[in-house]
Design a binder for this molecule. Sequence first.
Ligand SMILES: [Zn+2]
Length: 461
Amino acid sequence: MKRITLVLILVSVISLGRVVAQHDTEATRLLKEQNNEFVPEIFKFDKNVWFAVGYDVSNIAMIEGETGIIIVDAGMSPVRMETLRLKFREITDKPITGIIITHGHGDHYGGIQAFLNEGSNPQVWGRKTTQDENGGFSIEANVAKEAGLTYGNVRGARQAGVILPDSIHINNGVAARPNKQETMFTRGKETAAFTITHFFTEERKLIEIDGVKFELVAATGETYDNMYVYMPEEKILFCGDSYYKSFPNLYTIRGSQYRDVQSWYESIDKMLSEEVDYLLPGHTRPVVGNENVKETLSNYRDAIKFVFDKTIEGMNKGLTPDQLVESVKLPENLASKPYLVEYYGRVDWAVRAIFEGYLGWFDGNPVNLNKLAPKPEAERMAKMAGGKDKLRAIAIEAFETGDFQWSAQLCDYLLALNNNDNEIINLKADALMEIAKTMVTATGRNYMNSYAIQLCKGFGK
Ligand SMILES: [Zn+2]
């Protein structure tokens, strides 16, 4: 295979706005198909519930009460939410009396100002976990903030593909590619005034807003402050990010505190105890029909539990994370479900996260207690290969024979020896971009492509 340097690809992508026509891989085809999940549509369920999909990176609901409306989740972008608010206003002009946020991730509350700006002073509900002294709404961000950790933002931007040109950015797995013209990433500044007015701290609480009954239920999953919102009369359940059409993001590669995988499948078990005709997720399209919801949630729960149980079982046998990812695979009857395709989360990343969550970084192999630093290891690898030039030739040959991962790994040795080696920098970037094409997991794919571009540009130096 002939290698085209990344620089040339970038020139064609950025200057000409297109790339040379290439045959789509199966992963690319699947990921493009997932874009159907984000086509804008406002569904109406029962007599008083509207559910907007595709208006922002997450889904938003409007419920009509006796004299006002209640919003469930408020999107990420105030600009996009203003567009949706005006759509909702074509349906009713009743004032907003309540806003319920399913969990403290910015893509579910960042757009709230568009609704608050109406000035009707709604009750704003969020879950405050009591499990941690840092507990509170948006606990994940609070923990990072308290530690002074900001690098998650850099990784998050890579995973979201913020710098990627249209031609190589398909979507974010469970969300459409953001439109940068709509100031998707300005939410921090514009939502500074937002506060939760009503904290939910119990296991389960029945609230009534404007004559509409909601059961708020503690349901730790993607975050420790996740809840689901159940409407018993309408048999509608808003699950936040505990379910969406993808294998769940049990570990996020942008990095976060450990996601409690065991609680996640237990939360889905709780949902299965409700009578649900409409499952309305935080991302992707609704799941409709009592039997359909039951089957979907059961399989989703089983998949998470399978990965958790098999990982713990392997850990008890002394397997390392590298060994575990080889053995823990979803059984075919689960892996074949369209909602368990790894568009967003990935089984092997979850396995590593569970290991780390319970046993920490040490994999159990004492060789790794005194690992060689990158440079001394690279020196030995070069010597073993017959010299630095030979190692370089092997890295290039690996690329040209399509062994991109090995090529990228060899590039790391060469860069440990000389991190200003432009030919190797380009080779690594090209290898990452080739690997990205074979990944159905949008987060990893976006990260690889973003990193490759940044690597060629010297990471902004
Ligand atoms: Zn979300």
